[in-house]
Design a protein around this ligand. Structure first.
Ligand code: SF4
Ligand code: SF4
Ligand code: F3S
Length: 266
């Protein structure tokens, strides 16, 4: 009975690379194992469930019936819509059908990663699979968008923990992202920012300025227009983030970053 008091989560994978799962698994505060084993009841996950095949699909339908209107749907990946969705199949069916079916009676939907939130790399021109965001196909539901390719581990666990602790989605910005993690631009908290302000820019990757911490703006850094927590939270429990490793931000949490912000150019 106690288990059923935890929020029931159904986690679907669509048109994606599983990088978001890889990120989620590496959360340290809270530990992913604590979240999955103690804070939520993860009933269906393509990556983490031990089951497979027909019993697994039957379990999905049992859970959807038993927790109708109460379960959380987490989605990783875009939705392929071209040619009736045949470019992304799951459980023998087009993913677009499955995600619509599961979304129908979900209490809320978490879109994990830039594929689910904006369509992702799969939606890059000319987008032969007709990939779109989850929002584009599920209609009017309570949705939280958690962009990033992938999102930071603690951002992923933080969002689901908010629901587990408070029974509702966290406060969102006008784009549907949790304000707690997406209120700042990378540029606002970047440790190279003093060099930007002083007009000191690296001209080439690995030049002396780059190594001395000068700003990567001229090398194409999209930090000034990218909302994410990389500058203050960093990755792997605060260890580093792209800019700290000498590469500009590519704006991986932004809508259409793959087409709108050519890498390495400004
Ligand atoms: Fe992979 Fe990026 Fe899509 Fe996540 S958002 S599934 S990391 S391509
Ligand atoms: Fe801004 Fe990028 Fe320069 Fe950092 S490296 S100060 S984010 S432009
Ligand atoms: Fe992505 Fe930029 Fe952070 S590329 S990982 S948002 S620094």
């Amino acid at each position: 009975a106690e288990k059923n008091a935890l929020p029931v989560v159904i986690w679907l994978h669509g048109h994606e690379c599983t990088g978001c799962d890889e990120s989620f698994l590496r959360s340290e505060t809270p530990l992913t194992s604590d979240v999955v084993l103690n804070m939520i009841s993860l009933e269906y996950s393509h990556a983490l469930s031990a089951s497979a095949g027909e019993p697994f699909e039957a379990h999905l339908h049992e859970i959807m019936e038993q927790f109708k209107g109460k379960y959380i749907l987490a989605v990783e990946g875009a939705v392929a819509t071209a040619d009736n969705g045949i470019y992304c199949m799951t459980g023998g069916r087009p993913f677009v059908e499955v995600v619509k079916e599961v979304a129908k009676n979900a209490a809320a939907i978490i879109e994990y990663g830039s594929c689910a939130t904006w369509g992702g790399i799969q939606a890059a021109k000319p987008n032969p699979t007709g990939s779109v965001s989850v929002t584009d196909v599920v209609g009017n539901k309570p949705i939280v968008k958690v962009p990033g390719c992938p999102p930071i581990p603690e951002v992923m666990t933080g969002v689901i923990m908010h629901y587990a602790l408070f029974g509702q989605l966290p406060p969102l910005d006008s784009e549907g992202r949790p304000k707690q993690f997406f209120a700042n631009r990378i540029h606002d908290t970047c440790y190279r920012r003093p060099f930007f302000d002083a007009g000191m820019f690296a001209e080439k990757f690995d030049d002396a300025g780059s190594k001395a911490g000068w700003c990567l703006y001229k090398l194409g850094c999209r930090g000034p227009e990218t909302y994410n927590s990389c500058g203050n939270m960093r990755w792997w429990n605060g260890l580093s983030y792209p800019i700290q490793s000498g590469h500009g931000c590519i704006g991986c949490s932004n809508p259409n970053f793959w087409d709108d912000a050519p890498f390495y150019n400004r």
